[in-house]
Design a protein around this ligand. Structure first.
Ligand code: 13P
Length: 316
C-alpha cells in the first residue's frame, strides 16, 4: 500500500527511522519488498534522476505497482531522490509520487530558499510533500559531486529560517555523512551535537540523513578478493549510530551505496567461482535473497523492523 511520506514521518518521529532505499531494477525491487515484509518494516522507495533515465519512468512505476500487488502487506511511500526543478515538476504532475526532494543545496542560501519555495507551492497544491537540503554533503552521487573542502555542516539558525521561509516538509541536514563508498578514512562519528542544535530550533520537524551507508569492511574485503579495487580504508556511518539519531529528530535514513556493494559482491563472487556460467538469472536469484537479508538487517538497525502492524493500524 502506498501511503504519504508525511504519514510515515508522523508515526516514526522519536520512535524509529524509515529506511529510504534506491531502486533501479527488478532484482532490487523484489529484494526490497521481500526484506521489508520479512522484517515487518514500512519503507520509502527512492527513485533518483539516474534511475529514471536508466530504467525509464514508466517501467519503474510498473515495477512498483507490480510489487505492490505481489506483496500486499508492504506499506511504503514513493520519493524522488535529489531532484532538480524539472524532475520535481515531472514527478509532482505524474500523481505517482508521495514526495519529492528538491536539492538546491548547491545554490547560495537565498537561491536555495527561492527554488525550494517554488517546488513547495506546486507540490502542496497536489498534496505532495517536499524534502529540501541545507548544508552540503561531501562525496559523489550521480550528477552531484562535492569536494570534502566544500562540504558544510548545516547551520542550525539557518535551518530554522530555511524551513520557515520555504514551508518544506522535511529537511536533509549535513551532520558529517557523505555520499558514496568513500566517506571517511578511519572512524568518524556523526555530529550529534549539531543534530541536537538543529532539533532544538525545529522541534518535532522531520530531519533526513543522506549518505548513510556503512560501507562494511567485510563487504569491501570480499569484493576486493573477487577482483575489485575499492580503497580498503573506506568507511561509512556506524549503523549503531542510527538509534542515537532517532531521538534527535531523524525520521528518514538514505541508503544506496551499501546495496550496490551487495550487488557487486554477489556478481563478482558468482562469476569468479563459476566462470563457465552465463545465465544472469543465477546470480540474480542470489542477489534478490542477499538484498532482502541486507534490507531486513538495516531495518533492524533503524528500528523500523516490527513496526508494520502499528503503521497499518494508524493508516487504515
Ligand atoms: P549512500 O551513498 O551513503 O548510500 O547515500 C545515499 C543517499 O543519500 C541517497 O540520497
Amino acid at each position: 500500500m502506498i501511503v504519504t511520506t508525511q504519514e510515515l514521518f508522523k508515526l516514526a518521529y522519536g520512535h524509529f527511522a524509515v529506511g529510504a532505499y534506491n531502486i533501479n531494477n527488478m532484482e532490487q525491487t523484489l529484494g526490497l519488498f521481500q526484506g521489508c515484509v520479512s522484517s515487518q518494516a514500512p519503507f520509502i522507495i527512492q527513485i533518483s534522476k539516474g534511475a529514471r533515465d536508466y530504467a525509464k519512468v514508466k517501467l519503474l512505476e510498473a515495477l512498483i505497482r507490480g510489487a505492490e500487488e505481489l506483496y500486499p502487506d508492504a506499506i511504503f511511500a514513493v520519493h524522488l531522490d535529489h531532484g532538480d526543478e524539472a524532475a520535481c515538476y515531472d514527478c509532482i504532475d505524474s500523481g505517482f509520487y508521495s514526495s519529492v526532494m528538491i536539492d538546491a543545496s548547491g545554490e547560495p542560501f537565498d537561491g536555495n530558499v527561492a527554488t525550494t519555495r517554488r517546488i513547495v507551492e506546486r507540490a502542496h497544491a497536489k498534496g505532495i510533500s517536499v524534502e529540501a537540503e541545507l548544508g552540503m554533503l561531501g562525496g559523489v552521487e550521480e550528477h552531484i559531486k562535492v569536494d570534502e573542502k566544500n562540504a558544510m555542516l548545516t547551520d542550525p539558525d539557518e535551518a530554522a529560517e530555511f524551513v520557515r521561509r520555504t514551508g518544506c516538509d522535511s529537511l536533509a541536514v549535513a551532520i558529517g555523512t557523505s555520499h558514496g563508498a568513500y566517506k571517511f578514512k578511519g572512524t568518524q562519528s556523526l555530529h550529534f551535537e549539531r543534530l541536537a542544535q538543529i532539533q532544538q530550533r525545529l522541534p518535532g520537524f522531520p530531519l533526513v540523513m543522506h549518505g548513510s551507508s556503512s560501507v562494511p569492511i567485510e563487504e569491501v574485503q570480499r569484493i576486493n578478493a573477487a577482483g575489485v579495487k575499492l580503497d580498503p580504508s573506506a568507511r561509512g556511518v556506524n549503523e549503531d549510530e542510527f538509534a542515537k539519531a532517532v531521538p534527535l529528530g531523524v525520521v528518514k535514513v538514505n541508503i544506496d551505496t551499501d546495496g550496490r556493494l551487495v550487488w557487486t559482491r554477489v556478481h563478482r563472487e558468482f562469476f569468479r567461482d563459476q566462470p563457465e556460467k552465463f545465465d544472469f538469472r543465477d546470480p540474480g536469484k542470489i542477489f534478490i535473497a542477499e538484498y532482502a537479508k541486507f534490507i531486513a538487517h538495516k531495518n533492524e538497525k533503524l528500528g523500523s523492523a516490527g513496526q508494520l502492524a502499528a503503521v497499518r493500524a494508524a493508516v487504515s
